[in-house]
Design a protein around this ligand. Structure first.
Ligand code: GLA
Ligand code: ZN
Length: 676
């Protein structure tokens, strides 16, 4: 049975090794999984001590037995390599495998993900166990996908990593002089004579050389990817041909996912939103989570997998909140709506002890099917099965792209610039994203490496660092008729985090029609007002607040659509518009409130006639996304509010699924081509 990319995958992390000595558990779990329409489980995450209890003594029979018994019952396996946690024998004998913290403390055994990505011993042990797994399962049809390790992240400052960092720097800069220049290291006399002098950043050492901090982050990300490739290589060398994935995380700053995604066949990620924070907060959470879904889809521009989500309460959050009836369904359908070909949970059977014994599960400690959560899980299983044939494998063609660049984020967070108590980069991206979603647009989330062609609008909030020639790409994009919406604190530094000299936003002054003069950091209590300019050509009408940051622009050719009030810079432009080539560039010059972005984006969509399946904004609480194949287009309309909603009248398509009750999802289908 082939399920990957032909059928929605439904299942989750399953740890039968915790139950091997309990009679009848596996049979019961299989019965329950079948009842819930589960067709796949993820095995082996953190199973190393059961697979290799003593060094070199491999025990894979139990795993093969479980895999085969599941498969006989219609349940495939995503097989993880076990390197996310390690057996005690390894650290007893090879302490080098453990991480060293930034203040140069060697970690003790314990926890998970506590390993050095550089350690040759760790790499060797991982290669050996991966080889064993590949030898055993490479031809097993039950195993459809390899899951490499678990949630890569973190950093290690051990002597091995220091050495690897120095080598990485040498490859990059060739000479210490080049490095010194890129790091502007004459500042405070921090010049290096040799690469071997360099140490990783530390709170008891270097924190001020921004180029070094940035390169350390790049190195850590590269080293993590290199390690992951090593794991994949071991599987491939042993003949495993199944595709590989690794489970990404929500908004993490530790790895460049654009680069990492290039090394896997399928992107997958784990989502644990904090729902029900307060009345009305679920729509916010849904949009934030939706942006992450869109980011994951945009990495390879094809269907991805939801690898983990929680069926009930997530016990590592500050409050372990139950999901209200219907919310799990909405959360699961949201993954589909944004382009996932799976819904998977952590965990199928709730562990009995240790740190996740109270984490939600499909099968809880009670162990039977007559639970609220199980009923909901089962209903989702039925629905996925019924939608699978039509929707699985379809993709999203987005009208809009938004740039969210992790390297720029790294640099901005260390900038010691206009605000050291929150620059609100992600929040600013999210405000723009929500404004686009409010107008019913599908949005791809890209970084500076992204290809901008084909989008009707590109939004580039707080594009602090320019790399990968993004300024040229944006210029060409607008010149050829594109619509750009940018904002303050853009085009400030180059890829080494060196400030551009001369006019900024670097390379984009003509596109935006102004140059930045100064930027003001606002105290938390401080607000400015944005006032519409009478008769402005975008038709902006309302007054908004601005907080955190305001940038003073010197207008050249741009039209001020709004101006600021409330300081010595009274009357400075607050929102601008500029014609460039065949296109238009807009800019928001300060951290405006959400409603400002809503009005600006709404007017842009209207005045440039950008494609949207709806006319005017969506009602609050609704989210619209689409997926399509050559023949069909599907609109997913989701209600994340507590009140029943109605669909916009002009939304085309035949209702093929669901409704818009609270937490409801409705799917509409359009036939693009008539098939004979
Ligand atoms: C992460 C991990 C899982 C599990 C869940 C719990 O996503 O990958 O192993 O710990 O969190 O929410
Ligand atoms: Zn290390």
């Amino acid at each position: 049975m082939k399920i990957l990319s032909e059928k929605f995958i439904y299942g989750g992390d399953y740890n039968p090794e915790q139950w091997l000595d309990e009679e009848g558990i596996l049979e019961e779990d299989i019965r329950l999984m079948k009842l819930a329409h589960i067709n796949c489980v993820t095995l082996g995450v953190f199973s190393w001590s059961s697979l290799e209890p003593k060094e070199g003594q491999y025990q894979l029979d139990w795993l093969e037995d479980v895999i085969c018994r599941l498969y006989e019952n219609g349940i495939s396996t995503i097989l993880a390599t076990p390197s996310g946690a390690r057996p005690k024998w390894m650290t007893n004998k090879y302490p080098e495998v453990l991480r060293t913290t930034e203040d140069r403390r060697k970690n003790l055994y314990g926890g998970r993900h506590n390993h050095c990505f550089t350690s040759p011993v760790y790499r060797e042990k991982v290669a050996k166990i991966n080889t064993q797994l590949a030898n055993r399962f490479k031809d097993n049809p039950a195993v459809i996908l390899w899951h490499i390790s678990n949630e890569f992240g973190g950093e290690c400052h051990c002597p091995l990593c220091q050495k690897a960092f120095q080598t990485w720097l040498k490859e990059k800069y060739k000479t210490p002089e080049n490095m010194n220049h890129a790091w502007w290291s004459k500042f405070w006399s921090h010049t290096y004579e040799d690469f071997s002098d360099v140490e990783s950043p530390s709170s008891i050492g270097e924190t001020g050389l921004h180029g070094l901090l940035l390169d350390w982050k790049r190195f850590t990300s590269d080293q993590t990817i290199d390690y992951m490739k090593w794991e994949i290589h071991a599987l491939r060398m042993a003949g495993a041909k199944q595709p590989v994935t690794t489970n990404f995380m929500y908004n993490i700053p530790e790895a460049n996912y654009t680069k990492m995604a290039k090394e896997v066949d399928i992107v997958s990620w784990d989502t644990y939103p904090t729902w029900h924070k307060y009345e009305g907060s679920d729509i916010e959470v849904a949009q934030d989570n939706g942006m992450q879904h869109d980011f994951m889809r945009s990495l390879l521009h094809k269907p991805y997998l939801l690898m983990e989500s929680c069926p009930s309460s997530t016990n590592w959050q500050s409050v372990s909140k139950l999901k209200k009836p219907g919310l799990l369904h909405a959360q699961s359908m949201q993954a589909l709506a944004h382009g996932s070909d799976s819904v998977q949970y952590f965990q199928i059977r709730q562990s009995r002890g240790s740190s996740e014994k109270f984490h939600g599960a499909v099968i809880d400690h009670y162990g039977k099917e007559d639970t609220r959560v199980f009923r909901e899980v089962r209903k989702i299983g039925e629905d996925l099965e019924s939608l699978s044939e039509m929707v699985c494998g379809t993709t999203t063609k987005a009208t809009a792209a938004i740039l969210y660049d992790v390297e720029s984020r790294w640099a901005m967070e260390e900038a010691q610039g206009p605000r050291n108590q929150g620059m609100y980069y992600k929040e600013s991206v999210l405000k723009n994203y929500k404004a686009l979603k409010r107008m019913g647009l599908d949005v791809d989330v890209l970084d500076c490496d992204g290809d901008l062609s084909g989008y009707e609008i590109v939004v580039a909030p707080m594009l602090y660092m320019l790399r990968s020639n993004i300024e040229e790409k944006l210029k060409d994009y607008v010149e050829n008729g594109g619509i750009l919406l940018g904002s303050y604190f853009s085009g400030v530094v180059d890829e080494n985090d060196l400030c551009f000299l001369g006019e900024t936003p670097y390379g984009l002054c003509q596109v935006f029609g102004f140059r930045r003069e100064e930027i003001d950091g606002l105290y938390d209590w401080e607000e400015k007002e944005f006032l519409p300019v009478k008769g402005n050509s975008l038709g902006l009408e309302n007054i908004y607040h601005c907080s955190h940051l305001f940038e003073l622009e010197k207008i050249k050719t741009a039209e001020p659509l709004m101006t600021v009030k409330g300081d010595f810079y009274d009357g400075y432009p607050a929102v601008t518009k500029n014609a460039y080539g065949k296109g238009w560039a807009y800019c928001v010059c300060g951290d405006g409130e959400e409603a400002l972005y809503n009005e600006v984006v709404e007017r842009i969509v209207d005045s440039h006639n950008l494609y949207s399946p709806i006319e005017g904004p969506l009602e609050e609480g609704l989210v619209l996304t689409s997926r399509e194949s050559m023949e069909h287009k599907f609109f997913f309309l989701q209600n994340f509010s507590y009140k029943e909603k109605t669909a916009p009248k002009e939304l085309e398509g035949r209702l093929i699924y669901g409704d818009l009750k609270p937490f409801g999802t409705a799917i509409y289908e359009i036939t693009k081509l008539k098939t004979l």
